[in-house]
Design a binder for this molecule. Structure first.
Ligand code: ADP
Ligand code: ASP
Ligand code: MG
Length: 814
């Protein structure tokens, strides 16, 4: 004999019920007991209808009509016309009784738990009857059985306790008799010894099936639902979750106790004692393996088997000096809660005995506070104990696994992962069985917490990085293209999953929680909403994704001014915008501080030498104990381009214009030509070498005539270059005469930095610097005479984009 239980979604409508029939008829067991839930959503509807009636709200009538319609439609779709009318008339007459009950509640404006159970039992009564008639109509040897006459309980309405002795006797008597191969009954419902309808708690159809399976010593209990088994985490919250092929009773119980709704927690107990295995299967994918739950231990080497969570939790803390050394305080505390029928999900007590803290359902919190304060009124008045403190909007998350106790470091890994992702932990509890480690966190952090924990414990270290990109011009567009090209490689080779969730330019911004389609980002952006930088940050904060990275591809001071707000929300910042790192030292230092404080890297490799690994190399030199003695560098791709191309056959104006047109200068070329850009770069290198320097401390021997420096727009600037052509030609001629080339050099030594045009002789490392290349010489204690040299293209959208990309990868490996 096998017991097959089908949940609400599996019997939600005629189409689904026909799949159920398919499964039942292909099952090879000679005898089958089919336990069904109410049509999906009907229990909720019944409860809403009852609540409306009790509040004397006439909308209960419409709700009742909806319930009626669901059932009548299902019958009409399922059953051949010939037998429809008999079934319809019985169902209608049941619905009439239901209507009378609801009218009663409406008239007196009240509903008792007993009446509520009577009303709600109609869900399973009707579904089981309809399904049995359908089976019979499809020529299955089936019969309907009212579960209320088999399962007997006490009168704790809403969540009654089963009288197993009587239930077992009744089941044995009934199933020993001769009856057709298939018995169809409703789950969830039972009756008291007086014959009143009772229910076994929400989700209780699983439990009914287990009670029957144990009573008849079934070979197996099959739970058919809408997912392919018990997953490593709720698949609706964690996309990467996978079905667990084999799990022990205890693990399954622990997972369901902590919120894995796929199995109602009390279900395990009756079958565990009889050693009956449970299989969880998917009605909509019957070939999927599902989850087998048995006594046997879980697979070798597996520690954490699943992660679950319960939302809607409140913490109740009782504390005060009067608790220390006074026996019985906790006993009284729990007694009060138990008298109020409030169940405790989790308990922690500090060893100082100074405080005790429990997690309960938020629905119970007001009652709990009032009764605990009442019980301790005497101590509270004398200030021996403080009034109880309640915190709401919390959730419990739990790691579960039988083998967890044999492994050190799991809780460390759990809490450091949460900490790194800025999930604040309110309370920690570890069961004495060590089968579970749980923590109370804010409800708003649940999705992030489950996903990061899942990533760390189950996903072969595939790390998800969530990017929010501001600025999609030259560099930004190249960057998005590179991500798109490399996505597959990063996933397979580096175990990084990159998703661009938000993009923005100065006009519009767009978000897609699933990740923006990078083939069509321009269209997506064009259809976006108006850019609002506050809202951009607001959206990232609201989404609360782990590993969120803000990427700034702009040159905007306003955008840079916002970095502190990002970092202090644990959002990493990657930028090619030099403004933040070259503004006041205190601001730069504050960003570095926030990055450490909030575990959110702040990376700006492209601030110096575009994609060349200059800052990263400097960091590694310093981290390994080396000391920077001197930096000499050509750091302006634009100026190098200009001086490499300028000669007696061209004009300075034309070369600068060409550099601007080819994208080698900032939009405002004066920023490059005046040396400001180079000053910012050497400033950043000096700061990264550990020196406290401001931009004013840098000496700038500008080669530009004062008139050019004084212009305030591009037109005037270019005009001044034409006017002063002779002075540029003179500079060139002097260099040739000295057998040298002109290079704009930045230097840092003995705490002092300077920038300026220099004659570079033939034997110098800088002499053969081509095109827009950059070069940096690091003279350090370990490289005192022959410097460490980094050289290569130092400007251009492609290399800058790849430098940003490299920073993203660094965060991925962080
Ligand atoms: P049924 O109506 O068939 O009893 P339920 O809705 O009670 O189905 O339970 C199935 C649901 O449980 C799934 O759709 C899923 O959203 C939820 N769930 C929560 N945690 C888990 C988990 N760890 N594994 C599988 N499902 C889970
Ligand atoms: N129909 C009941 C509920 O929704 C029981 C069940 O489906 O398991 O809670
Ligand atoms: Mg269920």
């Amino acid at each position: 004999m096998q017991v097959l239980k089908f949940g609400g979604t599996s019997v939600a409508n005629a189409t689904n019920i026909s799949l159920v029939k398919q499964i039942v008829s292909t099952n090879t067991a000679s005898k089958k007991i089919v336990v069904v839930s109410a049509l999906g959503g009907v229990t909720d509807l019944l409860l809403r209808t009852a609540a409306a009636a009790a509040e004397q709200d006439k909308s209960y009538i419409e709700l009742l009509q909806k319930i009626e319609q669901r059932h009548l439609e299902t019958i009409k779709e399922l059953l051949p016309i010939a037998i429809q009318s008999a079934v319809l008339s019985r169902v209608k007459s049941e619905l009439n009784v239901l209507e009378t009950l609801l009218e009663g509640a409406f008239l007196i404006g009240e509903i008792t738990p007993k009446l509520s159970d009577k009303i709600v039992s109609y869900g399973e009564l009707l579904s089981s009857y309809i399904i049995s008639e359908y089976f019979i109509a499809e020529n299955l040897k089936a019969v309907y059985q009212d579960s209320r006459s088999l399962i007997k309980t006490d009168t704790v309405y809403g969540k009654a306790s089963v009288d197993f002795r009587e239930t077992d006797q009744r089941c044995t008597a009934f199933f020993n008799g001769s009856q057709p191969d298939i018995v169809v009954m409703g789950g969830f419902i039972a009756s008291s010894h007086d014959g009143d309808a009772t229910t076994l708690g929400r989700g209780g159809s699983d439990y009914s099936a287990a009670i029957i399976a144990a009573a008849v010593n079934a070979e197996a209990l099959l739970i058919w639902t809408d997912v392919s088994g018990m997953y490593t985490a709720n698949p609706k919250v964690v996309k990467q979750a996978k079905a667990i092929p084999h799990i022990s009773y205890e693990e399954a119980m622990e997972l369901s106790h902590f919120g894995a709704k796929v199995l109602y927690a009390p279900t395990i107990q009756p079958v565990l004692s009889k050693g009956i295995s449970i299989v969880i299967k998917n009605t909509f994918d019957p070939d999927a393996e599902g989850t087998l739950i048995t006594k046997s231990k879980n697979e070798k080497g597996k520690t954490v088997r699943g992660i679950s969570h319960i939302g809607g939790i409140a913490l109740l803390s009782l504390e005060g000096p009067g608790m220390v050394g006074i026996p019985g305080t906790s006993k009284r505390f729990f007694e009060v809660l138990s008298q109020e029928d409030i169940s405790v999900v989790l308990i922690t007590q500090a060893s100082s005995e100074h405080s005790i803290c429990v997690g309960i359902s938020a629905l119970d919190v007001d009652r709990a506070v009032a009764s605990v304060n009442g019980a301790f009124a005497y101590e509270i008045e004398r200030q021996k104990i403080k009034p109880v403190i309640a915190e709401k909007e919390l959730a419990v998350i739990a790691l579960v696994g039988d083998n967890m106790k044999q492994h050190q470091g799991l809780s460390g890994k759990m809490f450091s992962t949460l900490g790194r992702n800025n999930v604040n932990i309110r309370v920690i509890a570890q069961g004495a069985s060590e089968r579970n480690i749980s923590a109370v966190i804010s409800e708003a952090d649940v999705k992030k917490a489950l996903n990061v924990l899942h990533e760390v414990f189950f996903e072969e270290n595939i790390k998800q990085l969530n990017l929010f990109v501001m600025g999609v011009g030259n560099v930004g567009a190249k960057f998005l293209k590179q991500i798109q090209q490399q996505k597959a490689y990063l996933r397979t080779q580096l175990k990084l999953n990159l998703r661009v969730i938000g993009i923005s330019n100065s006009r519009t911004m767009a978000f897609d929680e699933q990740g923006i389609d990078l083939e069509n980002w321009a269209d997506v952006l064009a259809k976006g909403e108006k850019t609002d930088s506050e809202q951009f940050l607001g959206n990232i904060t609201r989404l609360n994704y782990r590993n969120s990275i803000f990427v700034d591809n702009t040159a905007s001071a306003a955008v840079a001014a916002n970095y502190a707000n990002y970092l202090s929300k644990s959002i990493s910042v990657v930028t090619c915008n030099k403004i933040a790192c070259s503004s006041e030292y205190d601001a730069y230092e504050n960003l570095k501080f926030l990055a450490r404080q909030y575990n959110a890297p702040f990376l700006f490799e492209t601030n110096v030498g575009a994609g060349l690994p200059i800052i990263d190399t400097l960091k590694h030199l310093i981290a390994s104990g080396d000391v920077i003695l001197k930096i000499q560098a050509v750091l302006s791709g634009s100026l190098n381009f200009v001086f490499n191309n300028f000669d007696q056959n061209s004009t300075f104006h034309d070369i600068v214009k060409q550099a601007q047109e080819e994208g080698f200068t900032e939009p405002d070329p004066k920023i490059d030509l005046s040396g400001i850009d180079v000053m910012r770069k050497i400033l950043i290198l000096a700061r990264e070498s550990g020196h406290r320097l401001e931009i004013e401390d840098i000496e700038n021997k500008s080669f530009l005539p004062q008139e050019s420096l004084d212009t305030d727009n591009n037109t005037d600037f270019f005009a001044s270059l034409i006017k002063h052509e002779a002075s540029f030609q003179k500079m060139y001629a002097e260099a040739i005469a000295a057998d040298s080339k002109l290079k704009y050099v930045a230097q840092f030594e003995n705490g002092k930095a300077s920038v300026g045009l220099q004659h570079i002789p033939k034997d110098h490392d800088f002499y053969n610097l081509e095109g827009s290349d950059n070069i940096v010489l690091f003279f350090t204690e370990r490289y005192p005479d022959q410097p460490m040299i980094i050289k290569g293209a130092g400007a251009g959208a492609d290399v800058t984009a790849s430098g940003i990309f490299a920073d993203i990868i660094r965060i991925g490996n962080f």
